[in-house]
Each structure stands twice: as structure tokens, then as C-alpha cells.
Design a protein around this ligand. Structure first.
Ligand code: FES
Ligand code: FES
Length: 173
């Protein structure tokens, strides 16, 4: 048995230490944000944040999480609420600016890749407040083990959503 910190909560899990983190999150903890795409760190659909850094959970063993904080798509609202110091009541009504921007830009097509896109955007905007177009493209294409792939070709909408979220986060609300 191991204990994971996921979305701010300590969770006991039964999976063996070499189980891919993605399987633990989806199958044991019933968090369906991260998706199984390629299983080979080649698409980004399974991405989560580990201490704020995007990782591919399909190739990351449970043991690698250790005492680090795992944040999934489901945990982004609480992550933002904590960063903003919102009350519990307000936190429950808040989406992360990245998620809100994705809705307002109507970014997803089939949606399968969008978990990874929003996780990558969150990592980028926590590190770089007002990224340039080149920095956005670099984040999604060369900063990880492979580019984030969207078979539907929603890349333009993703860039627009990142820029929208960046403006909101820079204003702090
Ligand atoms: S499923 Fe993990 S990178 Fe594709
Ligand atoms: S929206 Fe369909 S794969 Fe990206």
C-alpha cells in the first residue's frame, strides 16, 4: 500500500509500486481527467502536474510520486482557489482560468487531448505570466518528452485559450 497526495488530499492506494500513475488515478481513485492515449509518453493525453511540473502519467510509476503533490484536471479549481486565497465557499464556485478560457474559446473538438493541453497550459502560466506566442508553441511542442498531439487539429483555439487565460491570471482574477 502507498499514500499519495492528490488534489490536496492524502489518499491510500493498493496498487503495486510499479503501476503507472495513470492507472492508479483512473482505476483506483476514479479520476477520469487524465486520458490513456498512447501509453508511451508520445501524446500528452495522460498529463498531470507533479509538484507543478507536467509529467506523462502513463509512463510514471506510482513510486515516483512519493511525497510529491499530484494535481489532475479535477484539482485545477482548488489549485487556483488556494493560489488566490479564496474562501471555501467561493472556491466551490470557481473554475481555474485555464478551464474557463477553454470553455469561452470553445476549444475542444472531440476533447480527448484536452486534459493534457490544459495541464500543460497551467504549468506554463504558473511559470511564465505573459508568454509570447513563441513561448506558447515551445511549451506544447518541445518542452516535454514529445509534442502534445491533437488529432482534431484544435491548435489555433488552444493558443487563443492560453492567451485568454494568461490575461485573466495576470489580472489575478
Ligand atoms: S497516454 Fe501518456 S503520453 Fe500518451
Ligand atoms: S480535440 Fe480531438 S484530439 Fe484534440
Amino acid at each position: 500500500m502507498a499514500t499519495l497526495t492528490v488534489n490536496g488530499v492524502r489518499r491510500d492506494v493498493q496498487s503495486p509500486a510499479d503501476t503507472p500513475l495513470l492507472y492508479v488515478l483512473r482505476n483506483e481513485l476514479e479520476l477520469s481527467g487524465p486520458q490513456f492515449g498512447c501509453g508511451l509518453a508520445q501524446c500528452g493525453a495522460c498529463s498531470v502536474l507533479l509538484d507543478g511540473k507536467e509529467i506523462r502519467s502513463c509512463i510514471t510509476p506510482l513510486s515516483a510520486a512519493g511525497t510529491k503533490e499530484v494535481t489532475t484536471l479535477e484539482g485545477l479549481p482548488a489549485r487556483w482557489a488556494q493560489q488566490k486565497g479564496l474562501s471555501k465557499a467561493d472556491a466551490g464556485k470557481t473554475l481555474h482560468p485555464v478551464q474557463q478560457a477553454w470553455i469561452e474559446e470553445q476549444t475542444p473538438l472531440c476533447g480527448f487531448c484536452q486534459n493534457g493541453m490544459m495541464i500543460k497550459a497551467t504549468e506554463l502560466l504558473e511559470q511564465t505570466a505573459n508568454p509570447t506566442l513563441a513561448q506558447i508553441k515551445e511549451a506544447f511542442t518541445t518542452s516535454g518528452p514529445s509534442p502534445h498531439l491533437c488529432r482534431c487539429g484544435s491548435y489555433t483555439a488552444i493558443i487563443q485559450a492560453v492567451q485568454r487565460a494568461a490575461a485573466v491570471m495576470a489580472r489575478g482574477r
